[in-house]
Design a protein around this ligand. Structure first.
Ligand SMILES: Cc1cc2nc3c(=O)[nH]c(=O)nc-3n(C[C@H](O)[C@H](O)[C@H](O)COP(=O)(O)OP(=O)(O)OC[C@H]3O[C@@H](n4cnc5c(N)ncnc54)[C@H](O)[C@@H]3O)c2cc1C
Length: 475
């Protein structure tokens, strides 16, 4: 099959690039090795829309963070993705005031609005900072967004515009002959004039496959606690400690879906698939969270998770290869990569449009398919929905109040959700207090029914099975 452009990797960066390119008269395809988009780093991060004050001035990180912060709020609004511009604070003890001032100087160079607050002013924004905190650097443009829902929404919108996505298609080799790339995958060979490498932790490997620039990659895992949504009332904003060489430090933050997270740690790893939390790493969180936040509630933890940072040198690698024509890269996208994704996509779009002289195939943006969740709609709206479809009246996930209708919608969305985890990321069924203990089997039954497959063939996602075999027939 021949394409004008193939994007490798369906994290938030690849999905945003596809969304942009699908607006043009270009035949575009995204290849993703997992069974859903947003299955790796984009699934497991802090979900913070960073303001951009702490990036080293002059770097791609600074440039794309600041521009991404402008674009991401618009995208989240248009795509109906959960988000909140709640601001952030970097908290400091008395003796750390000078460090806050240095951070503010950086903010000025990067063009980011910040204010230094004293303790009383800080408490007005965040009453639960630790007693030792005397100052904070407040950034009103920061906030939170659902990272996986953003990537899924970009993917869905790209498909509605005519882009294509092939899942479980791992790129294994990339070669070039007479100006055409041959991208060999586990699902066949695809030809393209242009390749965009957005392969995240495997970005440097894809470069090596194609014969583009070779980069050394460093991985750094970050572990988190997720707190029950009863903790949400105690956290108004994103609370950071002062950043260090290892990163932005261990934060306390609300999530766009109404939980609270503590994390991440920074644990060096040699494994590009390393997302397993460890007791030692979680202990680091137990020790550090109380330094900035006075109401840690580790007993309200409903889950722990780990995400993997991919670092190539000290900056993002974004642009065209210098050794391969028409081979573009957006790799080494560590933090603030989520915030930067829309700006990186905008930049790659401009390069490819300039190269291909492609014209826009439609002016208006196609409406996103994501409907409001049950928890977000009024009783009148719900009555109207139930009148049309009784599945809106059947709650499947009690913790997160997700109806059968929402699960069926996810299964039939532009990029269909065919696994329990894919349904979870789109609807939140299984993300609440019981972590799918109650709704998991019910979600499996709905997937089996809608896909017309036996229950024991329903997959959890990410290569994991749930049911090994059927012990009895289910009606
Ligand atoms: C602990 C942690 C906290 C973070 N917090 C924040 C934050 O609060 N705010 C922020 O802005 N940023 C944050 N980030 C950074 C952000 O999460 C990442 O920059 C972003 O998710 C990277 O997206 P990506 O698309 O480049 O990579 P990924 O999401 O990893 O996507 C790459 C995709 O490529 C696929 N792939 C790989 N190899 C192949 C192949 N051979 N064939 C086909 N597909 C392939 C993978 O399966 C994967 O789906 C954080 C990162 C971490 C690890």
């Amino acid at each position: 099959m021949k394409y004008d452009c193939i994007v490798i990797g369906g994290g938030v960066v690849g999905a945003a690039v596809l969304d942009r390119l699908a607006a043009y008269n270009l035949k575009v395809l995204l290849l993703e090795k997992e069974d859903d988009v947003a299955s790796f780093t984009t699934r497991a991060n802090s979900g913070i829309v960073h303001a951009g004050y702490d990036c080293e001035p002059g770097t791609l990180k600074a440039r794309f963070n600041v521009r991404g912060n402008e674009l991401i709020w618009r995208d989240a609004r248009e795509l109906n993705v959960p988000h909140l511009k709640c601001g952030s604070i970097v908290v400091a003890r008395k003796e750390q005031l000078e460090k806050l001032r240095e951070l503010q100087d950086r903010a000025v160079v990067n063009g980011v609005e910040t204010r230094i607050l004293d303790r009383d002013q800080t408490l007005k924004i965040e009453p639960n900072v630790a007693d030792e905190i005397e100052y904070s650097l407040y950034a009103p443009s920061a906030g939170i967004v659902s990272p996986y829902q953003l990537a899924i929404a970009y993917a869905d919108r790209a498909i509605l515009k005519g882009g294509e996505i092939l899942l479980e298609a791992e790129v294994k080799a990339v070669s070039r002959k007479n100006g055409t790339y041959f991208v060999e995958t586990s699902k066949g060979v695809f030809e393209s004039a242009i390749v965009v490498n957005c392969a995240g932790a495997y970005g440097a490997r894809v470069n090596d496959m194609a014969g583009a620039e070779h980069f050394e990659t460093v991985y750094r895992r970050g572990d988190y606690f997720v707190l029950d949504n009863t903790e949400r009332k105690n956290v108004n904003t994103v609370i950071f400690p002062l950043p260090t060489a290892a990163g932005k430090g261990i934060l306390v933050a609300p999530t766009a879906d109404g939980n609270v997270i503590y994390g991440p740690t920074a644990v060096d790893s040699a494994n590009p698939d390393d997302t397993a939390t460890t007791p030692d790493s979680l202990d680091v969180l137990r020790k550090n969270v109380p330094l900035s936040y006075k109401r840690p509630a580790f007993n309200k933890c409903i889950r722990v998770y780990g995400g993997l940072r991919t670092l190539i040198g000290h900056d993002f690698v974004v642009g065209e290869s210098k050794v391969l024509d028409n081979f573009f890269m957006a790799i080494g996208i560590c933090s603030p990569g989520l915030t930067s994704a829309p700006a990186i996509a905008e930049y790659i779009e401009a390069l490819i449009v300039e190269r291909t002289k492609a014209t826009v195939k439609q002016s208006g943006i196609v409406a996103p398919p994501r409907r409001k969740r049950l928890a977000e709609i009024s009783e009148d709206e719900l009555d109207a929905l139930i009148a049309k479809d009784s599945a809106w009246g059947r709650i499947v996930c009690r913790c997160e109040k997700v109806t059968e209708a929402e699960i069926v919608e996810a299964i039939y969305s532009p990029l269909p959700a065919t696994t329990v985890d894919a349904v979870k990321r789109r609807t939140r069924a299984g993300m609440g207090r019981c972590q799918g203990g109650f709704c998991g089997p019910k979600v499996m039954e709905i997937i089996a029914r809608e896909l017309g497959i036996p229950l024991d063939q329903v997959r959890k996602g990410g290569g994991a099975t749930i049911a090994r075999y059927a012990v009895k027939e289910v009606e």
